[in-house]
Every structure is written in structure tokens, then in C-alpha cells.
Design a protein around this ligand. Structure first.
Ligand SMILES: [Zn+2]
Length: 61
């Protein structure tokens, strides 16, 4: 099991069928159903999550 994003963010989620990983629970697109959790082995980080993180406004999951 690869644990790529773990240190910085906790447990990311992405919507099934999407390549975008969310790692801020306060992201407007944070998936609450029909998602998978994981470690971002492939795919992209959500831009909104990244911007929250750089503002210090990210609530990690
Ligand atoms: Zn997001």
C-alpha cells in the first residue's frame, strides 16, 4: 500500500470515476457519498483543496 499523501493531509477522498483527490473536509466538493478513500496513487489534487491548504484554511479529514 502506497501512502503518498498521508503525512500532509490525512485520508483523501475522491468521487468514484473521478481522478481528483480532495483532502479538505471543508472543500465544497468534498465527497460525502459514492466516494473512495485512498492515498492518491494516481490522479490530481483538487485545486480548491490546494488553495485552502495554502491559505491555512484546509480542515484535513
Ligand atoms: Zn477539494
Amino acid at each position: 500500500m502506497v501512502q503518498l499523501l498521508r503525512e500532509e493531509i490525512g485520508m483523501p477522498r475522491r468521487r468514484k470515476g473521478s481522478d481528483t483527490w480532495h483532502f479538505c473536509t471543508n472543500c465544497s466538493q468534498w465527497p460525502t457519498s459514492d466516494y473512495e478513500t485512498g492515498t492518491g496513487v494516481s490522479g490530481e489534487k483538487c485545486n480548491e483543496c490546494k488553495s485552502k491548504q495554502s491559505n491555512g484554511g484546509c480542515k484535513a479529514g
